[in-house]
Design a protein around this ligand. Sequence first.
Ligand SMILES: [Zn+2]
Length: 307
Amino acid sequence: MELNENAEIDTSQVEDLRGSGGGGGGGGFAGLPIGGGGLTGIVVSVVIALVTGYLGINHLTGDGGGGSQSGDNTVLAQECAQSDKLKKLDCRNNLYVNSIQNYWAQALPQHFNESYWPAKTAFFSNVVRTGCGRADSGVGPFYCPADDKVYIDLTFYRVLGESLGAPGEFAQPYVLAHEYGHHVQDLLGTEAQMRREQQRDPKHANQLSVRLELQADCYAGAWAKNATGTETATGKKIFKRLTAQDIEEGLDTAGKIGDDTLQQRGGGSINPAEFTHGTSAQRQRWFATGFQSGDPKSCDTFAVGAV
Ligand SMILES: [Zn+2]
């Protein structure tokens, strides 16, 4: 994968909450070590999160967290305007967000006859207040439908690389494209429809969740297929090239975060009744489906008999 160093990074699509003391009043997160042992703390939290699954839509109930935080992008904007910007993790991730949203701005009207509404990605550290309640890094990246934002603590990629065995760079845009898949599901009403279905048929709530998650993987694949066509606001290509190895890394990541693989890694036995995101094989298959067709219409995981 090679990003275009001449592509200007649109930092208005990101909200940088990292400097704003995300913990706020600090209460309730005493168990999360911040500082020296931070990564260990995150790993522990992630292992706990394995059981419930992540890269999901956030289901936190509002807990009086006082709504979303607001960010300050001054530092990010300066950093991502410099010539070495592509060496920086946050600037690269900002550019991935730009690419994913540029894709959907044309794909949603083209394939679904709907307008695309941009969603910001919030970079936070350790803990964050969101429209869906408070969250800590341990839950992994998520999309909050209540405030239409993707939330990610970028240290998650270290967990993905070091603890879950998916160190490839392409894991990063894959994760973001999956979360933006949830935003698209929000815009199309798929997510709300699935929630109603879950309430009507609670016995199949997890199976419905799996279909929603696999569709987000498929949408990520559709973006990947079209990523080299995405552009900045001034018409500069965002990617110089994507290679077969990048797609392999995407597939590899999907394979590392399947419910069965995560349950095994967590030391438990495999329990399909608790699957909420799909098995590794399913996640790979649906990412590949989106990638092969390049058409998000091929991602109707709710229409097929078996996923
Ligand atoms: Zn998800």
